[in-house]
Design a protein around this ligand. Structure first.
Ligand code: NAD
Length: 486
């Protein structure tokens, strides 16, 4: 029986509620913590505390004071890295080596990056003429949006949560944030770090719960929220957008993907195989940027499929705390049922299952976890639902193409437009195609290499707006123009 409890953090206090739900370890299926669910009145209290904090010292804090707070939060995450690691691996089942190298350090890096960016941010300044010849000076200042609602998903919990919380704080906003119900752990630890770092009460509020008809919807519908930033499924984004229209509030959306990799015959073959294996199976396929459609130039198609299948077969599945493990479980029983339903659908749609397609038989505690086999399909048509719909699991369909323009057409034949990867040693072609693919992010001969200053986001169903670097500062603040007659 677990004694871990995740509480809400509202108005600078940790708050218990009368309703709680279990937080399940996906690697074993066991309940690892209990989470106090925030009801509508606690969300309203969180919004009110946030509004009040903007009228207090936080509303008058200088950029340097805010940046110093962000630096202290980053140091606080570093100091408690082992606790964050335990919570992240417990909540997601992802290999500890991955969380140690990526999720936890990126949580701290998000705060450091936006502390530095806000210190360096500059505005516009124009001198203009006036009829009397005296002239005028215009300059811009950045003002916070106000109270920002942050709603985040479960796949990279700390990384994606801090990706929004850090710039929102840097810009001087107050926050009401909800992590995914599947992964409440690291967000709660972050509230403790904020508390210890001296974030004024009410500036950061954390409320736990579900989406529709629960905490998430209460945040979205609250008229005390001035802007909403959301990462999750495209259809959830559409619902939130409808609800946010009331009050004409800005939204920033990072949504789903059905990302293509284009592999040309002139690629560095081994690197391309390794790269596509990584972009398909990393985090058990549960990254919005993962590849689910692989298009390979016909002369190397058979060889590529064989090599990719060998990679998939060799993957070590199991205990996330074993340093050899490469593939953890899916996030939940429901999500595994969804992914397995696509494994089934692929058969009905005529796929050849090159490798995988089922559930692995694991010994010990992991026999109760939500594991699934890495899977490769061939033979599906471009119109198959398995080629058009986001699965969000460790699976891709591999299809041949004959020339460059067909490759571009296939990549663009999707309702989504998040990311693409091109594998070729012909750099002229790489640059040409980078401009032709309808996505927000293109990687050439690599994948998931991120510089936090660069714009991040998708087109079509994959999102609205860009975050990252100054684009985050632009979303989380409003520019005010000041004009002085000289
Ligand atoms: P989801 O949309 O089910 O949930 C995301 C968050 O929204 C959760 O906190 C959930 O409780 C909340 N929510 C759900 N319905 C809501 C509603 N009606 N009102 C308010 N809040 C609501 O998504 P998920 O299953 O947690 O995450 C997986 C999805 O996220 C995939 O589609 C993936 O591609 C996408 N994703 C996108 C990016 C990106 O940067 N583009 C990054 C990571 C994940």
């Amino acid at each position: 029986m677990t004694n871990i409890e995740y509480r809400n953090y509202v108005g600078g206090r940790f708050v218990q509620t009368t309703r709680s739900f279990g937080d399940v370890d996906p690697a074993t299926g066991a309940v690892r913590a209990f989470v106090h669910e925030a009801d509508d009145s606690l969300v309203a209290e969180a919004v009110e505390s946030a509004r009040k904090s903007l009228r207090g010292p936080w509303g008058k804090a200088t950029i340097e004071q805010r940046a110093a707070v962000l630096d202290r939060i980053a140091a606080g995450i570093d100091a408690r890295a082992a606790d964050f690691l335990g919570a992240e691996v417990g909540d997601t089942g992802k290999p500890a080596e991955v969380a140690k190298a990526l999720d936890i350090p990126r949580g701290a890096a998000n705060f450091r990056t936006f502390a530095n960016l806000i210190r360096m941010a500059s505005g516009e300044m124009y001198e203009s003429a006036t009829p009397d010849g005296a002239g005028a000076l215009n300059y811009t200042i950045r003002r916070p949006l106000g109270v920002v609602g942050v709603i985040s998903p479960w796949n990279l919990p700390l990384l994606l949560f801090t990706w929004k919380v850090a710039p929102a704080l840097a810009c001087g906003n107050a926050i009401v944030a909800k992590p995914s119900e599947e992964t409440p752990g690291t967000a709660t630890l972050l509230a403790e770090v904020m508390h210890e770092a001296g974030v004024p009460e009410g500036v950061f509020n954390l409320v736990h719960g579900f989406g529709a008809n629960s905490t998430g919807e209460a945040i979205v519908k609250s008229q005390g929220i001035d802007g909403l930033t959301f990462t999750g499924e495209s259809k959830t984004g559409a619902t939130i957008m409808r609800q946010a229209a009331e009050g004409v509030r800005p939204v920033s959306f990072e949504l789903g993907g059905k990302n293509a990799a284009l592999v040309f015959a002139d690629c560095d073959f081994d690197k391309a195989v390794e790269g596509v294996a990584r972009s398909t199976f990393f985090n058990t396929g549960q990254v919005c940027l993962c590849t689910e459609r692989v298009y390979v130039e016909r002369p190397i198609f058979e060889r590529f499929v064989t090599a990719l299948a060998q990679r998939a077969k060799a993957m070590r599945i199991g205990d996330p705390w074993d340093a050899q493990t490469q593939l953890g479980p899916l996030i939940s029983r429901e999500h595994r049922e969804k992914v397995l339903s696509y494994y089934q659908l692929a058969r009905q749609e005529g796929a050849e299952i090159v490798v995988g397609g089922g559930v692995p038989d694991l010994p010990g505690p992991q026999s109760g976890g939500w594991y699934i086999e890495p899977t490769i399909w061939t033979g599906l048509t471009q119109r198959a639902r398995c080629v058009q719909e986001e699965v969000f699991g460790p699976v891709c369909n591999v299809m041949p193409f004959d020339d460059e323009s067909e490759a571009v057409d296939l990549a663009n034949d999707s309702a989504y437009g998040l990311a693409s990867v091109i594998w070729t040693t012909n750099l002229t072609r790489a640059h040409r195609l980078a401009g032709l693919i309808d996505v927000g992010l293109v990687w050439l001969n690599t994948w998931f290499l991120r510089d936090l200053r660069t714009p991040f986001g998708g087109s079509k169903l994959s999102g609205l707006g860009r975050e990252g670097g100054r684009h985050s500062l632009d979303f989380y603040s409003e520019l005010k123009n000041v004009c002085i007659k000289l």
